[in-house]
Design a protein around this ligand. Sequence first.
Ligand code: ADP
Length: 393
Amino acid sequence: MARVTLEHVTKRYEDVTAVDDVSLEIEDGEFVTFVGPSGCGKSTTMETVAGLTRPSDGRVYIGDDDVTTLAPKDRGVAMVFQNIALFPHMDVFENVSFGLRLRTCSDDEIRRRVEQAADIVQLEGLLDRMPSELSGGQRQRVAIARAIVRNPDVFLMDEPLANLDAKLRVHMRTELQRLHRELGTTIIYVTHDQAEAMTMSDRIAVLNEGRLQQIAPPLECYNRPANRFVAGFIGSPSMNFLQGELLADGIVTDNFRVDLDPGEIPSTAVGDAITLGIRPEDVHLVTAADDLPGATAPIDARTDVLEPMGDEVFVYLLLAEDAGRSMAEKPATAAGQLLMSVTPDTEIRADQDLEVVLDRSKLHLFDAKTGDALCHGVTDRSESEPGETTTAN
Ligand code: ADP
């Protein structure tokens, strides 16, 4: 087991900076996932740990050792990739034990380690099968067993579940978590799938355009995203974003106004362009928000399209351009949009005029230029002075 440290790691190709000054520390035994859209530098960052890519700048440490220029075989890492390369003419036992046989372990030692690994990934009884006789999930488990028998300090996994069907992926997610619990080995995992990252990891490292955006436990990235990119990438469906301006006592957007405690806004920030973020589950029908402390004033909306998902319904809302003005006066194309999620028993239909409120405690404000988070959750005068109500105008 080992700690992994990246210090200002940069990888440049001719005209692309694949990894741009990434520094992070992964604790001994931690499960950390690199996540981000395709091409953001996840694999290249991991390859600098594996030794498959040498950084243009920066250092990589495993434990206390500077491994920046070491060959992969000398780093104590084992890799599992998306494309499972099993030897087709060898059975499962031979595939799993291949690396050990190269290292001239004794037969007894090889059998003991293969059986132990097979037990961990639940391949007992399949050791004499050929790869062609295995399902996709079983083949992936053989690849993981092959990594386990090497007894690495660090597991490196690059989209290992990407080629499996959706049901098997979910199943393998729980298997990998169990594996991590049993072995306690440091795992670095690469995926573009934020659901995979959220469900398995101790911490996730969100990358975009080669740069580290945030490294934090999954729920912290969800509840306190460092910037607009993380806010939009983590969570499904994605957070709603609306452009607005800071006033001395609130925020105004094209579609509505949110009153804020004037004490919260530094006078130097008044007039600044901001982006307001709210997740679909934090938009509520006014009729369902009686007991929601700190709801905003009602916002006029009209339902556009409904997407029933079974456990929830996604409601695409069109907002009147001016708060308080009826939707009928506005062509739909001039409206802002907001996605709301409601429970399936909610009585709602397409083309319905209604009012919604936002949960102030779940509002996120971002600098409109840099995208950096300014705050998560806001209060207003009605909280500090009960009895005073806020109105949209
Ligand atoms: P991800 O794993 O997030 O999809 P990669 O780390 O594979 O992204 O790639 C990051 C960027 O670096 C991409 O723009 C990719 O095209 C570029 N890149 C990766 N490997 C090479 C290479 N060997 N030569 C040139 N460009 C590369």
